[in-house]
Design a protein around this ligand. Structure first.
Ligand SMILES: [Zn+2]
Length: 458
């Protein structure tokens, strides 16, 4: 068990928008883009005389939705700041942000799973600078970022890891973050031995690295001779698995924040906040509780179902009409297996919940077989169709004579397998029953077909 500490996070994530924050360049980055400097213009490369456009309204809405789902109060007056620093990735010489001493963040005083959120605010990303080659890629420059700042209330790395995983699932509920890009964080760690002197590790990407940094720092700060005497900023090297000092408090940067004269103050109306509130669903933890307590879904399945907003919404619609056991199994097993096979998320295909309910009704009423239903489900990539329309031709065969006919054909045409079965290889029955299902276009009543087959092979 690791020693306790006080840990706080400043989490950065890319907001999922089509365009950058102050220009209409495409907001694509990371793995999705291979060529540097294709989505650029005079604004996001900081050309002299270029003025920002009015901020991307969708990015601001998403930032407000994030603040709302984290229980924050929303600030109604938003004033853009220039945060000055000199670095090759910052062509204007300043970053536009809603943080800083003269600003009001997008949201403040929130709480998420027991941890206080001091604020969350919108800002623009700088470009990407490669210090080894000196090259700068401006594709990223001006992409909207959200920064979520927690109070230093975490005690250990396990708690942080669990909380971050829940946070990412929760932000997925408002579809606010670019899920492919992942998150980055500045991590504050302080230990009792140093009288809680704050050490900040900058720019740690991935939950795994954040967890590593916390464990490494707690160990280091408790070591003789390494106990921090003053605040400092450090960097993490994931290859060496070590942090190293960047600067102490004395040489802390002065960002010379000023309000940006090129950007108007924005008033967030109460109407806008109310409209956005309506789009924010219950948090995953609330939904999880409901599934377990109200619908009696086993915890494991409930956790799977609440990981994604589209999945849980389909579940909630279906469970009004279909029994919970069948619904749980057909979403968490059958639907997931089709999605995984096609490497798709539910929101990347179009399944009408009514069609899904019809499909399960046909199974429930034993009008079609489950294997027929699987085939229908597989045919719903990329778009579902009403299964009722073709239910008749898909209907289950319960007629004994009709199945017997198919069984006789299968026995006749698969002599080798029949011999194997008779000589004691009883698992061959699965192959033969598969053949019967195939011969009846997956419509034969499975149990009846098996019964007849076993009888005839005696
Ligand atoms: Zn641009």
């Amino acid at each position: 068990m690791a020693q306790e500490a006080k840990i706080g996070l400043e989490i950065h994530g890319y907001i999922d928008t089509n365009e950058k924050l102050f220009c209409s360049c495409k907001a694509i980055h990371g793995a999705k883009l291979t060529n540097p400097n294709v989505n650029i213009c005079p604004i996001c490369t900081g050309q002299p005389g270029a003025k920002p456009m009015a901020p991307n309204a969708r990015a601001l809405d998403k930032a407000i939705q994030i603040a709302l789902i984290l229980g924050c109060e929303i600030n109604k007056k938003i004033s853009w700041q220039r945060k000055h620093y000199s670095w090759p990735d910052l062509p204007k010489g300043y970053q536009n942000t809603l943080s800083g001493p003269h600003s009001t963040p997008t949201g403040k005083n929130g709480k998420f799973l027991g941890i206080k959120i001091s604020e969350c605010h919108l800002e623009e990303d700088p470009a990407a600078w490669n210090p080894k080659t000196g090259e700068i890629d401006y594709n990223r420059s001006g992409i909207p970022l959200i920064e979520i700042v927690t109070e230093p209330e975490f005690k250990n790395s396990e708690q942080v890891e669990k909380w971050l995983r829940e946070l990412i699932i929760t932000l997925g509920y408002v579809k606010a973050l670019d899920s492919v890009a992942g998150i980055k964080a500045d991590v504050n760690i302080s230990v009792k031995k140093s009288n809680y002197t704050k050490i900040e590790v900058k720019n740690v990407n991935s939950i795994k690295n954040i967890k590593d940094v916390i464990d490494l720092e707690i160990e280091r700060q408790n070591k003789k001779g390494e106990v921090p005497k003053e605040q400092e900023t450090r960097a993490y090297d994931p290859i060496k698995r070590a942090t190293k000092k960047m600067r102490s408090k004395e040489d802390a940067q002065d960002y010379r924040f000023i309000s940006d004269p090129d950007l108007q103050e924005i008033n967030i109306t109460q109407q806008r906040i109310i409209a956005l509130k309506k789009t924010v669903p219950e948090t995953p933890s609330k939904k999880l509780n409901k599934l377990i307590k109200k619908h009696k879904i086993p915890k494991n399945s409930a956790e799977i179902l609440t990981k994604n907003i589209d999945v849980i919404e389909l579940f909630e619609k279906t469970i009004n009409k279909i029994n919970s056991k069948l619904t749980t199994r057909w979403i968490s097993e059958e639907l997931f297996s089709v999605l995984n096979y096609n490497k798709k998320r539910l929101d990347e295909i179009s399944i009408n919940p009514e069609h899904f309910i019809e499909l399960l009704e046909l199974i429930e009423k034993r009008i079609i077989t489950e294997s027929k239903a699987r085939e229908i489900l597989r045919s719903w990539i990329p778009k579902s169709e009403s299964p009722k329309a073709n239910a008749k031709e898909h209907s289950q065969i319960g007629n004994k004579e009709e199945i017997e006919k198919a069984v006789d054909e299968v026995i006749k045409n698969n002599t080798a397998a029949v011999e194997d079965y008779k000589s004691g290889k009883h698992e061959t029955i699965n192959f033969l029953i598969g053949k019967v299902m195939q011969a009846t276009n997956k419509r034969a009543n499975y149990n009846l077909a098996k019964e007849i087959l076993v009888e005839k092979l005696k």
